[in-house]
Design a protein around this ligand. Structure first.
Ligand code: NAP
Length: 477
């Protein structure tokens, strides 16, 4: 596929292969953008700011809703692209494509709700005879950098609010999964987005990143990815807004009065969705000792029933990791935990990029798989008997994106809600639940700021105050 720069679809002599991680087959190639392409993209985005800003909110909304319709009309094609270039099974990929339609639809709706407020200037002495308000104006050029694990919907989470807010965008999708992003870019063009408002630049973040991130024409970097790249971006960005959606190591607490069947079923899905390469995937499960045995048995039984393999097979529950190197890393982390005393209850094996869904217990706190983000199909079970201790254990890592708890007791739930440190606390669902319109983001190393269209739209626009001094107004009447 070609990339989109300054309204033109262009190819380059140097290309990057996009391969299916299941069998390494070549799907397509994309251009390897150069330093000149970075300049072309930034200059085009900068030049188109006036065009983007002057589109009425009705026009922006219509383009977003039309893009949603185009994705919906081509859902199967889009889902096949997601499934082939990434890790998701075809069923998981259809789910992501449907969510992308929602994300774009919400963006189209929110474009019309870009509201300001009146300001009570007379609320302090000296403000008499003044009237005014603030409105929200576009921030300018948004640089959107996206990861491989949701190659379509996480792109929509940046393009949707950026365009709704009247901005221009330079998009840099993950190098291993650029095709879904390019298809979404094509849909925007078909929907009538004016040239220059969106550029999709394909190429390696390590090569292009610093020049993009540090450029003063970029007014906001909206990044989703790992902590390492996130920290580098922050160090290079200079004076501009930053949105950071980073990783996590999500905890779940299953209390003694929980619906154990439901908790086990939804946590298995939450642990192994997208082969565990999911920023809100379940990683640590703390289970009350009275129900630990029955929860563990159900969890292991369901895990062992998972069908892994060919992503395009409708019966497959879990596909490969994004590459063999990542699967080897998870295998190493499992082996390290076992060396330090952990037991493997299910899985633990690997064939090329296919890592078995793996369940561990007795994982010591000094094992990497306990305290770092595993971002793979491995989950740790721990028995607990004190609620405060369970909460302290859940909070004991450097991340805080989602946390979840299962209980039927209202007071227990409230203690959990108050105690768990995370951007969201899910009650009676696994951590792997997200509605595309809710505020989404984390604390600690999980990030800065919030996405979820209305909230990203707030980040991608700025308040502009209008204050009228009207001496003709009577100070009192
Ligand atoms: P990654 O390696 O950090 O890459 C993310 C994006 O950043 C890619 O487009 C990458 O380009 C680019 N990049 C890398 N180095 C860069 C640099 N120096 N400057 C600018 N851009 C740079 O992450 P990933 O492996 O794709 O995704 C996995 C991570 O994302 C996990 O930690 C996961 O938890 C996190 N994530 C978070 C959320 C959330 O919403 N909180 C959602 C999904 C994923 P290349 O592909 O060319 O390297």
């Amino acid at each position: 596929m070609k990339m989109l720069l300054a309204g033109q679809w262009v190819h380059r002599e140097n290309t990057i292969d996009v391969r299916d991680p299941f069998d390494d087959s070549l799907i397509d190639t994309v251009p390897a953008a150069t330093a000149e392409d970075v300049e072309t993209a930034l200059a085009a985005a900068d030049a188109a700011r006036g065009v983007a800003r002057s589109m009425s909110t009705y026009e922006r909304s219509q383009i977003l809703l039309k893009t949603a319709t185009i994705v919906a009309d081509n859902l199967e094609d889009v889902a096949v692209t997601i499934a082939r270039e990434g890790s998701k099974t075809i069923r998981e990929a259809r789910g992501e494509a449907r969510r992308c339609v929602n994300t774009l639809t919400i963006s189209g709706e929110e474009a019309k709700r870009l509201l300001g407020e009146t300001i009570p200037f007379d609320s302090f002495p000296g403000g008499e005879q003044r009237r005014g308000h603030f409105e929200r104006v576009p921030i300018g050029v948004v640089l959107a950098i996206t990861p491989f694990n949701d190659p379509l919907n996480l792109v929509a989470h940046k393009l949707g609010p950026a365009i709704a807010g009247g901005n221009t965008v330079v998009l840099k999708p993950a190098t291993v999964t650029p095709l879904s992003a390019l298809k979404l870019t094509e849909a925007f063009v078909k929907a009538g987005l004016p040239p220059g408002v969106l550029q999709c630049l394909t190429g390696h973040g390590a090569v292009l990143g610093d020049a993009l991130v540090s450029d003063p024409r970029v007014r906001m970097v909206s990044f989703t990815g790992g902590v390492e790249a996130g920290e580098r971006i922050v160090s290079k960005a200079g004076l501009k807004k930053i949105g950071m959606e980073l990783g996590s190591n999500s905890p779940v607490i299953v209390w003694r009065d929980a619906d154990i069947e439901w908790a086990a079923a939804t946590c298995v899905s939450g642990a192994f969705w997208a082969a565990g390469q999911n920023c809100i995937g379940v990683q640590r499960i703390y289970v009350h000792k009275n129900v630990y045995g029955s929860f563990r048995d159900l969890f292991v039984e369901r895990t062992k029933a998972y069908s892994i393999g060919n992503k395009m097979d409708e019966a497959t529950d879990m596909g490969p990791m994004i590459n063999e190197g990542e699967a080897r890393r998870v295998e190493r982390w499992v082996a390290e935990a076992v060396e330090k005393g952990a037991s493997v209850l299910a899985g633990g094996g690997r064939e090329k990029a296919l890592m078995d869904p793996t369940v561990l217990e007795n994982v010591p706190v000094n094992a990497t798989i306990h305290h770092e983000e595993v971002f793979g199909p491995a989950v740790n079970l721990y028995p607990v008997d004190d609620l405060d201790e369970a909460i302290a254990q859940a909070n004991s890592v450097d991340y805080g994106l989602h946390a979840a708890a299962f209980s039927r007791d209202v007071e227990t739930c409230h203690r959990l809600i108050e105690g768990l440190d995370a951007g969201s606390v899910l009650i009676n669902d696994s951590t792997d639940y997200r509605l595309d319109s809710m505020p989404f983001g984390g604390i600690k190393k999980s990030g800065l700021g919030r996405e979820g269209i209305r909230f990203s739209l707030g980040e991608m626009t700025e308040p502009k105050v209008v204050c009228w001094h009207l001496p003709g107004l009577q100070p009192e009447f």
